[in-house]
Design a protein around this ligand. Structure first.
Ligand code: UN1
Length: 484
């Protein structure tokens, strides 16, 4: 029997008021229902917003280090459960067990980082132009904040949005993605057991049209942080900022890697495979375009094909699986749709390209890791985010040509260069239009202590993670204190 999960409102685990539920299906084996969850309506999210409002004064009044201590305790609880949580994450989202556990441990790191950040909620002092005046700033919380999180990092993203909000003294209503909500239930349980006061963090599952919209439009919600598609993010940003609240959106990517002629081909292939294929390419930081110097393009492509074809695709919870399924049928169809679009646009499939069928593959949503060649910049597969294990190889002659190609997209999240050439490396860092730049490393991955976010269409600008995230969840009060 699948476990029946509940909403977490005002410190109580409760069903949707309507009693409606939806099923959470394992994408590796769709005969398995991993859990059922409340299909909440507006009344449920309104109750959560009210609970968050009620919890706010006491939470705001608690000292920041005391708030941090709760996070630190939750880190220990979650770390002890990393195996179990990772397993649930794999079952509901599809990524492999090491990825599921790794993401859980990343959330532990986030808890630890923000526990420490509680002691670094600093303001600034300034020399005043007036006599006997102490001039300084303090950071204050915004109030109730709403978080709308995606399925592809179902525990790390709820953590990296909720924790800076909480540590800064806000109270939270979290709406996790309906495809993978158990992971965020684990986060809420760890915080609850660590002593988070009732109503401080509330979790409500259900459709975006009810839960998400209410968070976007309710005047009691002072800020909304969202990660997801550009289409939804752009609309949300307009709605939330239109009513004068703060909004932070992390959206898609179309991340390039440039491989210069001095690159070690094996190393370049390894990091392209990791960046493009791990987590089934379902990351906004995934590598989707590789610009390779013509002199090594053939060797690079041959080795890439060999490595991609050797990848073990299967149920992420089985030992040895390297690439799990797509998260659901819609995502699978979208990935296969883009592969068709690429073919129709005249690109060539050098590896993969099909849905995997037969045997256990028929149980889930499996797709072959895919390599395209013959891709031109104006093709849709070179411009639009595919969010699947699909990468395009594009040979180049001159560095400028590679730079232009890398920047010729509306996205600007992450990028990488593979080379030992220091001059070119710094030129790349200077000219690439992305918020994250990697050198001799894959495009995906994010350490918890540094800002995360993109340029252009990828983000709305305010960074997540690290101390930067605290800026979004706080407002500055400037104090002129005359003591004469
Ligand atoms: C990573 O690259 O490990 O939704 C993190 C996403 C990003 C997070 C990527 N916001 O894929």
């Amino acid at each position: 029997m699948a476990e029946a999960y509940q909403n977490y409102i005002g410190g109580e685990w409760v069903d949707a008021q309507s009693g409606a539920v939806f099923e959470n299906i394992n994408p590796a084996d769709i005969s398995e229902t991993v859990g059922t969850h409340p299909e909440s309506g507006r009344e449920d999210v309104l109750a959560a917003i009210r609970a968050a409002e009620e919890a706010l004064p006491a939470w705001r009044a608690m000292s920041a280090p005391a708030r941090g201590k709760i996070l630190f305790k939750a880190a220990q609880i979650l770390e002890e459960r990393a195996e179990e949580v990772g397993r649930d994450l794999t079952r509901e989202e599809g990524k492999t067990l090491p990825e599921g556990k790794g993401e859980t441990l990343r959330s532990v790191e986030l808890l630890e980082w923000y526990a420490g950040e509680a002691r670094r909620l600093t303001g600034e002092t300034y020399p005043s132009g007036q006599p006997n005046t102490f001039l300084y700033t303090v950071k204050e919380p915004l109030g109730v904040v709403g978080l709308i999180t995606p399925w592809n990092f179902p525990i790390a993203i709820p953590a990296w949005k909720a924790l800076p909000a909480l540590v800064a003294g806000n109270t939270v209503v979290l709406k996790p993605a309906s495809l993978a909500p158990i992971s965020s239930v684990h986060l809420a349980r760890a915080l609850e057991e660590a002593g988070l006061p009732p109503g401080t963090l509330n979790l409500v599952t259900g459709p975006g049209s009810a839960v998400g919209d209410e968070l976007a439009m309710n005047p009691a919600v002072k800020a909304v942080s969202f990660t997801g598609s550009n289409a939804v993010g752009t609309r949300l940003y307009g709605a939330v900022t239109g009513r004068g609240a703060k909004c932070q959106c992390e959206m898609g990517g179309k991340n390039p890697v440039i491989v210069l002629k001095d690159a070690d081909v094996e190393k370049a292939v390894d990091l392209v495979v990791a960046g493009a294929m791990w987590s089934t390419g379902q990351k906004c930081t995934a590598t989707s375009r590789v610009f390779v110097h013509r002199s090594i393009a053939q060797a690079f492509t041959d080795l890439l094909i060999e490595e991609v074809e050797a990848l073990k695709v299967g149920d992420g919870s089985k030992e040895g699986t390297q690439i799990g399924p797509a998260v659901d049928e819609r995502q699978l169809k979208s990935i296969l749709g883009y592969i068709e679009i690429g073919k129709n646009e005249g690109a060539e499939i050098a590896a993969g390209g099909r849905r995997l069928t037969g045997g256990d593959y028929d149980k889930g949503y499996y797709v072959e890791p895919t390599v395209f060649t013959g891709v031109r910049s104006n093709m849709r597969i070179a411009q639009e985010e595919i969010f699947g294990p699909v990468v395009a190889v594009v040979p180049f002659e001159t560095f400028d040509e590679a730079m232009d190609g890398a920047n010729d997209v509306e996205y600007g999240l992450s990028a990488s260069i593979v080379t030992g050439d220091l001059q070119r490396t710094f030129e790349y860092i200077d000219r690439i239009e992305t918020g994250l730049v990697h050198v001799n490393a894959q495009t995906a991955g994010a350490e918890v202590q540094v800002p995360f976010g993109g340029y252009k269409g990828s983000s709305t600008g305010t960074r997540e993670q690290g101390s930067a995230a605290v800026e979004f969840y706080t407002q500055i009060k400037t104090v002129y204190l005359h003591f004469d």
